[in-house]
Design a protein around this ligand. Sequence first.
Ligand code: ASP
Length: 316
Amino acid sequence: MPITLAIHGGAGNITPAMMNKQQEAEYDAGLKAALDAGYDVLKGGGNAMDAVVAAIAVLENNPIFNAGRGSVFTKKGLHEMDAAIMDGRNLAAGAVAGVRNIKNPIKLAKDVLEHSGHVLLSGSGAAEFALSRGLEMATDDYFFNKLRYDQWVKIRDSDFTQLDHEGDNLKGAATNPDYKFGTVGAVACDEQGNLAAGTSTGGMTNKRYGRVGDSPIVGAGTYANNNTCAISCTGHGEFFLRAVVAHDVACLIEYKGLTLQQACDTVIKDKLVKMGGEGGLIAVNAGGDHCFSFNSAGMYRAVRDSKGYEEIAYYG
Ligand code: ASP
């Protein structure tokens, strides 16, 4: 059976004009390291769930991505992370929302799936569970990143403050030309034809009130079902939540018989665009096919499969 691993490092206004050679080299290396980690699991006969965790953990440890170590700052100058993982074999899912000081939220999400008896844990309860499981913690210093800090300060003092009065601070982020949705994700098809999907994020810069995006919500930012596909999304979470993006793609395949690419493009390039939502997704199916779909200028993405196909790309 074919094996495939696809990953993303976020979508957004990613254009050649906004990236220099050094940044391109950093993203190349970061995506390749994650691809290697996840694909090695699959190649060694490991399962899709473990491959997804291995790939995402590498991305979480790399500060250029908005997840784990590189998570963006909230309005209060903190880091609150969301993550989810789903097993296409049995529709089991685990997720965490608004967690702090967890080194690898994707590992906590997998523990939620396997050991909590629940699907989604949030905030202090999730932290208590993490402690009970002996998950690796990290201090605030570990998550400090000068670039992210500067991004936050810039937004805090300009667009966001202005838009707060209109009650729509996220609009400011979407119209900021520097804006990137730097969430990370992975989808895998293992040699048994089993699928898994995972997503991990620091959310949106300057978020507040315990805001949670689409990433940890099963069916919105993350979904896997062996019969249809495994999906991980990145983009303006409020729209992905309302469009129930990941599950919608699976439904188009299950109920309307669309191909993977048709289903992804219908939701990302038609439905979401009409709603005004920006972003993209990665997908695989049990035949080992993969698909990238995005309506933003670019998406950091990569794929490797057992047919010998490999791609690392950013731009549209
Ligand atoms: N979808 C994420 C969120 O809204 C952001 C991202 O993709 O970067 O929290």
